[in-house]
Design a protein around this ligand. Structure first.
Ligand SMILES: *[C@@H]1O[C@H](CO)[C@@H](O)[C@H](O)[C@H]1NC(C)=O
Ligand SMILES: *[C@@H]1O[C@H](CO)[C@@H](O)[C@H](O)[C@H]1NC(C)=O
Length: 291
């Protein structure tokens, strides 16, 4: 597989230079006050325990959400989430990176709730230059409502890897060589929100929210980002070893490929790349290159 040479990607040079003049640590201390703003839902979004915990809630009036103060251009971003427990049918907890504007890039996790004891669906999508329609959905191999689990996006110039508890569930490779746009120019903020999606979320919209169970609450902790952030027009990278950011050129290793196959074989619910009804005239070009 072709690798990206530094000379082809001028800003990487900026990154490597700025590593020596800056070691901004993004989110390393996990303080939600420092790294995020509650941007929707008033008191329904709460930062607790001196900034270590954040909760979002949804009731019959409104949902709620937060967004990062930083904008990232590539990063290794991890967050622990505990999803709405009990009857969460019709609720969606979205957790995603997104740039602004009509040609936005977006890297999405959405957690579709369900009736008590029925499985959540993890819905994923990738938008490049405003174009999405790349959904893949998965069940989880654990109950995501009883404890915190880590949901990660590792995004570098070569690839985007979605992982759950360090197990890769989806990979979106840089396939610019075959004409597929890849997010690499537009910085993104990290967002999360909980909202009413009972028009479509649970069993395709068949199961509505039961408001007697409100408020519906999702919890967050353990945010960490080794990321390149955009500060005053320049890109800065941070990591625990400031002179060395291996994640910037990391791809899935053999163990990762194996685990990805395991998830896709046993837990994948939907894959746009096999949906012939939706793409009667042929699948998008990246589908040929997806394992
Ligand atoms: C919303 O829920 C509250 C508390 O359960 C209830 O008192 C109120 O009537 C509900 N409002 C609407 C618009 O359904
Ligand atoms: C909810 O449970 C039903 C029944 O087990 C299942 O078919 C569905 O995929 C589950 N998840 C969602 C989000 O609908």
């Amino acid at each position: 597989m072709a690798s990206v040479s530094l000379t082809n990607v001028p800003f990487l040079l900026v990154i490597s230079l700025s590593i020596f003049i800056s070691s901004i640590i993004v989110g390393s201390a996990n303080n939600f006050y420092k790294d995020f703003d509650i941007n929707w839902g008033d008191y329904r979004g709460k930062i607790l325990n001196h900034g270590e915990l954040l909760t979002l809630s949804l009731d019959n009036i409104s949902g709620s959400g937060f967004q990062s103060k930083e904008e990232y251009l590539f990063g290794k971003i991890d967050m622990q989430l505990k999803l709405v427990s009990g009857n969460s049918a019709g609720t969606v907890t979205a957790y995603y990176l997104s740039s602004a504007g009509p040609t936005r890039d977006e890297i999405d996790f959405e957690f579709l709730g369900n009736l008590s004891g029925q499985p959540y669906i993890v819905h994923t999508n990738v938008y490049t230059q405003g174009k999405g329609e790349r959904e893949q959905q998965f069940y989880l191999w654990f109950d995501p409502t009883t404890d915190f689990h880590t949901y990660s996006v590792h995004w570098n110039p070569l690839t985007i890897v979605f992982s759950v508890d360090n197990i890769p569930i989806r990979v979106f490779k840089n396939l610019e060589s075959i004409g597929v746009a890849f997010p690499k120019h537009q910085p993104m903020k990290l967002y999360s929100s909980i909202w009413n999606a009972d028009e479509w979320a649970t069993r395709g919209g068949l199961v509505k929210i039961d408001w007697t169970y409100a408020p519906f609450i999702a919890s967050y902790r353990g945010f960490s980002a080794s990321a390149c952030s955009l500060a005053s027009g320049k890109h800065f990278c941070s990591s625990s070893k400031p002179n060395y950011s291996p994640w910037l050129s990391e791809k899935l290793d053999l163990m990762g490929e194996k685990r990805l196959k395991w998830v896709q074989k046993n837990y994948m619910v939907y894959n746009y790349c096999t949906d012939t009804e939706r793409f009667p005239r042929g699948f998008p070009p990246e589908c040929k290159a997806i394992s």
